[in-house]
Design a protein around this ligand. Sequence first.
Ligand SMILES: [Zn+2]
Ligand SMILES: [Zn+2]
Length: 390
Amino acid sequence: MLTDTRIEPYLPQIMDWRQQIHSNPELGFDVHETAAFVVAKLQEFGVDEVVEGIGGTGVVGVIEGQSNSSELCIGLRADMDALPIHEQTGLAYASKTQGKMHACGHDGHTAMLLGAAKALCESRRFNGKAVVIFQPAEEMGGGGRAMVQDGLMERFDIQKVFGMHNMPNMPVGEFGLCPGPIMASADVFDVTVQGKGGHAAMPHQCVDTTVAAAHIVTALQSIAARNVDPLKSAVISVTSLHTDGESYNVLPQSVAIRGTVRTLSNDIQDLVEDAVHRVINNTASAYGAEAQINYKRDYPVTCNHVEETHIAGNVATDVAGEDKVQRSMLPLMGAEDFSFMLNARPGAFIFVGNGESAALHHPQYNFNDDVLAVGCSYWLRLVDSMLPLN
Ligand SMILES: [Zn+2]
Ligand SMILES: [Zn+2]
């Protein structure tokens, strides 16, 4: 791996920013201090235009190249939010806030994009505009959606957009991506099964919601196993199951079920949504109960565009070497709200190896500072490649 010489002098500083952000995690749209930190840095670098408050607390910086004979403008995106997890890393720069933690590496993503912005401001050796996008609420709330709905693409005339995420246990200095779906859609559902409560010793006088709910949980698994083409992907996970009963001798009046659905294509997402309704309603009905279903589509499939994925793969190869880039990695069933940006403009999402580490969202996870050089080099070479001087 060759670290781009333009980023080398700033690496100690970038590491310092990463660790500062790590110590001060914020959640969802409530990333005011992180956004203020980003704004202050962008202004200090001499970014041509800094705009705050896009999609709530999103920040955008516009960097103009030394030539503007090209009208092309590309967006580079990082996420700024942390997770409601109690950190257990024991690091000197661990979270200062109980119950909040940068356990997905968004501290590293933000620091890498800041590093790239600094180097781009120094050199300006490109033709057109590079727009750096710092979004809130990737983990929950859809900050990417909020920024797109707030006119991100039109307002800054962004024509192509690129994102990057670290991946634990992929070696440092390696990349992975694929054309087409790279991450899943994420839908959520809440179900209330209503029956007739009563004495647990006289079930024939009641409608037992617990038995109905248990069958619903089991029957939902038949959708992925029996309705979805075995060569396509779907996950249906029930993540919460609560009866409103507390005792040994009372059959509860209602049961609440909650869960998530993941798919890699719109047609399977439609099929599973229909099947979830059918299976829940009919299973409840088979036991004499009734179900109320609230099904919500949250994040769409993150779908890489073919041409931009090819370019991103070439850039990664240029940084890391031919044998260090998996150009047709298998997609992940996790979700990403960069999907909203890729639905608005062509682009590509790439994974960068975080080396041996705890999994994302684990209390012992930490972003690997050795990745900073790799990620910053990728951003700089991507700008070289997308916005070349003649
Ligand atoms: Zn995450
Ligand atoms: Zn993440």
